[in-house]
Design a protein around this ligand. Structure first.
Ligand SMILES: Nc1ncnc2c1ncn2[C@@H]1O[C@H](COP(=O)(O)OP(=O)(O)O)[C@@H](O)[C@H]1O
Ligand SMILES: [Mg+2]
Length: 403
């Protein structure tokens, strides 16, 4: 058993090392695949659990007895409250152990057990019915760092919206009234929505986005009421920012109003004007409007005390385009030959949204060819595809938009 006696065949060991290395590589690849599979499965599993929970709750709700709607009139002590049912007199009742006492407030809508009238749950106020239409995001994730270029515009929006929300006293002391509302105008895809979201992110404000065209199409006959409730909601959730996207669809010039649809838009606009006049420039509700069609806006919207500050967002310049390329490629594995300056130079006239599309296309080429780094050629292909696609329709759009 003398080890030294065994002749060492170097070639043999080399071969063994090589085989082992190959095997390890192979196993690593399998591991990656299995890990991905595991993650997908795990997601599906968690989704199934959530669906099950939802289905069970649904069943529970269907089986339970109907509830009566009431309002809290007074909180007596740790066990009892005075409620007024929607039909009858006031009652002193208990409330469910699930309800936290500190959430009980006078005037709140609640559901009551039909037999005992015990308070079963707290109901959202009726204003929340419009939340289905408005996009209420307590804190959007978009930050200033996600926006390329537009430094001057961003500063202007911040001065008009963010600082007055954060430091109203400074404005009071100096005696300056900040604008109540700012209107962001510019071609589609230039970052108007992003700016509004980023502002809401950095102010910790509740961000309520309402898209004008939806308001007109989805809620026929209710536009005016919705606008009123939108502002009520904003007050309730203050500090908040109301973001009226596609403002032109409710705020276009009043021409001869002939159809009932036009009259409806009219009423909605009138309500919006009334709401704008009704709130305080230094309160903790701010309003941002955005539109691609400033040319057709009703002048009344632009009077002092309404959207009295207009901020124009241009298409990005060379530097802006380069920054946008940088932002949207920051999580990509780029090949060494990728030169973002050249791409910025070649994408003249592209909007931020188009640059993002170029990058996505480049990524798609890469994936299609089963490579794991994105090359300059991929980007150039993406650029070709996106810019060819847009130039024609763009030219048409621009004829009436930003002429
Ligand atoms: N300045 C920009 N910086 C970074 N990304 C941008 C910029 N402008 C547009 N984008 C990209 O385009 C998308 C659409 O932008 P958006 O803000 O919705 O445009 P708009 O509201 O002006 O039509 C954004 O989600 C973002 O990915
Ligand atoms: Mg937008």
């Amino acid at each position: 058993m003398d080890n030294q006696a065994i002749p060492i065949d170097e070639r043999h060991i080399d071969e063994r090392i090589h085989i082992l290395e190959m095997r390890i590589k192979e196993l690593e690849n399998i591991l990656v695949i299995k890990n991905n599979e595991y993650e997908t499965l795990n997601e599906q599993y968690e989704q199934a659990i959530r669906d099950l929970k939802k289905a069970k709750m649904e069943l529970e709700r269907l089986k339970s007895t109907p509830l009566i709607v009431g309002n809290i009139k007074d909180v007596i002590d740790d066990y009892r409250v005075v409620v007024k049912s929607s039909t009858g007199p006031d009652f002193i009742v208990t409330y469910s152990g699930e309800i936290d006492k500190k959430n009980l407030k006078n005037g709140m809508r609640v559901s009551l057990n039909k037999q005992t009238l015990a308070v079963m749950e707290l109901l959202p106020s009726s204003i929340d019915s419009i939340v289905a239409g408005a996009e209420v995001i307590d804190k959007p994730s978009t930050t200033y760092d996600d926006i390329g270029g537009l430094d001057a515009q961003l500063r202007e929006v911040r001065e008009s919206v963010e600082y007055p929300l954060l430091y109203p006293n400074v404005y009071k002391k100096v005696g300056v009234e900040p604008p109540k509302g700012v209107l962001i105008i510019g071609p589609p895809g230039t970052g108007k929505t992003m700016i509004a979201k980023a502002i809401a992110h950095h102010t910790n404000a509740c961000f309520i986005r309402f898209v004008g065209s939806e308001l007109v199409q989805k809620y026929i006959g209710e536009g005016a009421r919705l606008v009123r409730e939108l502002f009520e909601l904003a007050n309730e959730k203050a500090p908040s920012i109301i973001f009226l996207d596609e403002l032109d669809s409710i705020g276009s010039k009043r021409t001869d109003v002939s159809t009932s649809g036009d009259r409806e838009v009219q009423r909605t606009l009138m309500q919006l004007l009334a709401e704008l006049d009704g709130f305080e420039p230094l309160g903790n509700v701010k309003i941002i409007g955005a539109t691609n069609r400033p040319d057709i806006l009703d002048d009344a919207l632009l009077r002092p005390g309404r959207f009295d500050r207009i901020i124009e967002i241009p298409k990005p310049d060379l530097n802006g385009r380069k920054k946008i390329f940088k932002i949207h490629t920051k999580n990509m594995s780029l090949a060494k030959d990728v030169d973002l300056s050249i791409l910025a130079d070649k994408s003249e006239n592209a909007t931020g949204a188009e640059i993002k599309a170029i990058i996505t296309e480049a990524g798609m080429f890469t994936i299609r060819e089963e490579r794991d780094t994105v090359t300059m050629k991929d980007f150039l292909n993406g650029l070709d595809k996106v810019m060819k696609h847009t130039t024609k329709s763009d030219r048409q759009k621009q004829m009436y938009m930003f002429s």
